[in-house]
Structure formats: C-alpha cells, structure tokens
Write a protein that binds this ligand. Structure first.
Ligand code: F6P
Length: 367
C-alpha cells in the first residue's frame, strides 16, 4: 500500500440495485484511504442521484465502523438515476460541475454494469473514476466474480432446501424463480447447490415438453421435482416476462413472473400438482456471507491503493484468484453470460440436470 503525501478528497457512491457487501466495500475504501494518507472521503447519497440532486456528506472513520456485517448500503442507492437521461434531460454537465464544486480528486463508483457504464461515460467528461463491480447477478464482464453473488446463492440454496421438504411431503413440482436479469448465474449455481432437477436459464430458451419429460422422470423416481427458473428465462420463440418498465433507468426492464408462466405450462401439459415461489428481493437483503465480506474488503482496499497512486479510469476485478485492475472502458456496457463451456453448466449436464432444451453442447468430452 503506497502512502500518499498530499491531501486528497475522494468521493464514494453505491449505484444500482443494492447487494450484500456494499458496506464492507465502502468501509474498506474509506478506512484504507483515511489510514494510509491525508484523505477526506465524501459519501455521495443514493448513487448518481446524489450527484444529480447535490446530496453528499463527509464520512468520518466512525461512520465506516460497525457496518461490515450490515446489508444494504449506508450511502443509499438508486438504479434509475441516469445523468445522461434524467427525467428526459441530459444533466451530465451539472453533475460534473457538482463534482468539481466538491473539490473531488476522484470518485469510487461501487456498482453493477449500469453504474460502471455511467462511471465510464462520466470519465469521458473528465471525472477520475475507479469502479468496483458488485451485483448479486454476477453478470459483469472482466471479473471472475462479483460480491453479493455468494450471499444471494446461499439464500436461494436455503430456499430450495426448504421447498424440497414441502414438495416431498405433498408429491408436488416446486418451482423457484430467482433474480439475475439476463444472466443465469444465480439459478445455475443455486440450482446445483440445491439439487434441482430442472434449471431454466435465460441463455438457453426452453421447450415445455422437455421440462415436462424431466419432471415425469423425477416424479416416478422420487415423487417430487424441483425446478429453478431464472427470471430472464423464456420459452423458445417467446419474449421475456417483464414485470414493469421504468423508462429513465439505464435498464428499463424489470423482469419477473416467468415462474408462474412455467407453473401454468406444466399444469396444462400434465397432472402434476405445481406450486411456484418468487424469491424476489429476499435475495438481495441481509448480512453478507464471510466470503462476500472478505471479497468486498479486498476490492475496496485495492481501489484505495489505486486512488493513492492516482491510477484512475480503472475497474478493480478478480482474475484467477488475484485482485487486479482493468480499464473501465473494457467492462462498460458489457455483460457476462452462461455459455455452453461454462464449468458449472457442464457439471450440471453431466449430473443429469435438465435445462429444458437439447440444444446445449455436449458436457465434458468423453476420454
Ligand atoms: O441487478 C440486481 C437485480 O436484483 C436483478 O437481479 C433484478 O432483475 C433487478 O435488480 C431488480 O430490480 P429492482 O430492485 O428495481 O426491482
């Protein structure tokens, strides 16, 4: 960790959907900067909304203490404040002016793809940005993993375990819908961890008869069946199931409801008794796992070291178990999806888990 000599002033914001580990990251960035140099840390309220509405506060060391295990974010967040389209207007210049008035030397943006992309766009106007990726969805390109994901899959796995006992008792097909937007990482990992029979992912549109066949097989073997459906999953030839549309958000579509669609499809194609559960925001709430606390702390401390070196325009990432940095531009406006050669997908296929389609490449190649 380098010790900087001159006094600097750094902003921190959390943008996009909240996730467990945000407070651990805020704490790590702020405490590292305060402990290792003469730095003032300014917390921006509610992500980019705080820059638009000019809301911020200086953070003290004690503001950042006692928050490691807390869910949510002490700074607040917003996943619909876009400086380039705020209530139909481009207010990016006003946002830049506020950044300058605050006297910031740099801004640490802790966010998902929407916020990191906005951070990159603001960097082209002259803001000194360091990005820290977070999201329960684990869908950011350039990093092997995002914090928040481990906590989310633990919560989903616990839910699957609970659905199993009630599904077993009643001999039902139990469907669990997970979050994850356009990526199936949560459904895939939690589906494996929870022993799901069927996992439906956004990346591979499903066919109802494949799902029905898999449930029939499992019902005859074990008299119940567990189906995990990612919110972005869709039947082949059908559109996404959109819960609501929020026009000025960086991503206007809020997905949700496919679990009930699959329930109706199974009921009309079989005699199964089916129940669907949508886990929703429970996946984002509460205390982070130990893994996410350590991971977010690693990323936050590394971001502080980049600030101290004035190495801006970078995103802090995990690559091959090392924390490092890559140009922000290389992660902005991009996402990472499950692919046919994803390890967990191949593992699941080799374990006989059904993905609702025969159109996924062979699992592990035979020796
Ligand atoms: O990106 C995180 C996430 O929880 C997604 O998994 C989900 O689709 C979305 O945010 C929900 O957004 P909101 O909190 O606006 O309903």
């Amino acid at each position: 960790m380098s010790i900087q000599a001159e006094k600097i002033r750094v902003g921190v914001l959390t943008g996009g959907g909240d996730c467990p580990g945000l407070n651990a990251a805020i704490r790590a960035v702020s405490k590292s900067l305060m402990l290792n140099g003469d730095t003032e840390v300014i917390g921006i309220h509610q992500g980019f909304l705080g820059l638009i509405e000019r809301r911020s506060q200086q953070l003290t060391y004690s503001d950042c203490s006692g928050i490691l295990d807390k869910g949510g974010t002490i700074l607040g967040t917003s996943n619909r404040a876009n400086p380039f389209n705020y209530r139909g207007k481009d207010v990016s210049n006003e946002v830049m002016a506020y950044y300058q008035e605050l006297g910031l030397d740099g801004l640490v943006v802790i966010g998902g793809d929407g916020s990191l992309s906005l951070g990159y766009e603001m960097s082209t106007l002259g803001m000194n940005i360091i990005g820290i990726p977070k999201t329960i969805d684990n869908d950011l390109l350039g990093t092997d993993r995002t914090f928040g994901f481990d906590t989310a899959i633990s919560i989903v796995t616990d839910a699957i375990d609970r659905l199993r006992t009630t599904g077993q008792s009643h001999k039902r097909v139990m469907i669990l819908e997970t979050m994850g937007r356009y990526a199936g990482w949560i459904a895939l990992h939690a589906g494996i961890a929870g022993g799901a029979d069927v996992i439906l992912l956004p990346e591979f549109p499903y066919q109802v008869d494949e799902v029905v066949d898999a449930c029939h097989r499992r019902m005859s073997e074990q008299q119940f069946s567990l189906v995990v459906v990612a919110e972005g999953a869709r039947e082949l030839g059908r559109d996404l199931t959109v819960r609501e549309t929020i026009e000025d958000s960086p991503d206007p579509n809020r997905l949700g409801g496919i679990g009930n669609v699959v329930k109706m499809q199974l009921e009309s194609a079989s005699d199964f008794e089916v129940r669907a559960t949508i886990l929703g925001h429970l996946q984002r709430g509460g205390s982070p796992t130990a893994f996410d606390r350590v991971f977010a702390t690693n990323l936050g401390a590394y971001a502080a070291s980049l600030v101290a070196k004035k190495c801006f325009g970078q995103a802090v990432v995990l690559r091959n178990n090392e924390v490092t940095h890559v140009p922000l531009e290389s992660v902005a406006h991009k996402s990472k999806l499950v692919e046919p050669n994803t390890l967990e997908l191949k593992t699941a296929l080799s374990m006989g888990i059904c993905f609702g389609t025969a159109n996924i490449n062979e699992p592990f190649s035979k020796p």
